[in-house]
Design a binder for this molecule. Structure first.
Ligand SMILES: CCCCC/C=C\C/C=C\C/C=C\C/C=C\CCCC(=O)SCCNC(=O)CCNC(=O)[C@H](O)C(C)(C)COP(=O)(O)OP(=O)(O)OC[C@H]1O[C@@H](n2cnc3c(N)ncnc32)[C@H](O)[C@@H]1OP(=O)(O)O
Length: 153
């Protein structure tokens, strides 16, 4: 199955968190499945936070950031009964705001599951609820306001 990020145009594929064309990035891959989106990522030990064995909070925010904007795009395509990569004008989102709550320490070296659900989609603004869990326990929750990107002439 193709990831949402695989449909980003080449000129927008350099995102550090999820751009397929960034050789140094995380290459996060997000997928839509019914009412939810999901992505999986296993942070290596280099992403350590302040105390041993747990993930740096900025890294966790990055994962929510990329998964949130990808989710917004996927939900917007669905709302317009479109399929990503259909050749029509691309629908792309950037992060307007991202609120992150760190609810329990997130372990390093464990596969993390990042999930998104659509809270609202009005005009150019999508609100996405986000969770990040490890071993079935929710470690981080977030709320993103994603704004549809419109290139200025
Ligand atoms: C700066 C852009 C960077 C260039 C990106 C280029 C293209 C992107 C295209 C595709 C993306 C492809 C791949 C994405 C890959 C990875 C993404 C990872 C996530 C990121 O790494 S992404 C970078 C960090 N991100 C930014 O660098 C954004 C900087 N910023 C802005 O570019 C503007 O600030 C913008 C566009 C956000 C809004 O500006 P604007 O003038 O176009 O829109 P406007 O003000 O009319 O707002 C329309 C409606 O959004 C509401 N709204 C706006 N801002 C809000 C906020 N902060 N909180 C709550 N609601 C907000 C308003 O309240 C109104 O809502 P309502 O319609 O209900 O009144």
């Amino acid at each position: 199955m193709q990831a949402i990020q695989d449909h980003y145009p080449a000129e927008f594929s350099h995102c550090y968190g999820c751009g397929p064309a960034n050789p140094h990035g995380f290459h996060l891959k997000s997928y839509i499945d019914g009412e939810r989106t999901h992505a999986r990522f296993t942070p290596a030990s280099m992403y350590s936070g302040g105390y041993p064995g747990n993930v740096y909070g900025g890294m966790l925010a990055s994962l929510l950031d990329c998964h949130g904007t990808a989710s917004a795009a996927a939900f917007a395509y669905r709302a317009q009964s479109r399929v990503m990569g259909d050749g029509g004008p691309p629908i792309r989102f950037v992060t307007g705001s991202l609120k992150v709550d760190y609810r329990r320490p997130t372990p390093l070296g464990v596969e993390l599951l990042i999930e998104g659900t659509l809270c609202s989609l009005e005009g150019r603004k999508a609100v996405i609820d986000l969770t990040l869990s490890a071993g079935g326990e929710v470690c981080v929750t977030g709320v993103m306001v994603a704004v549809q990107f419109v290139a200025k002439a």
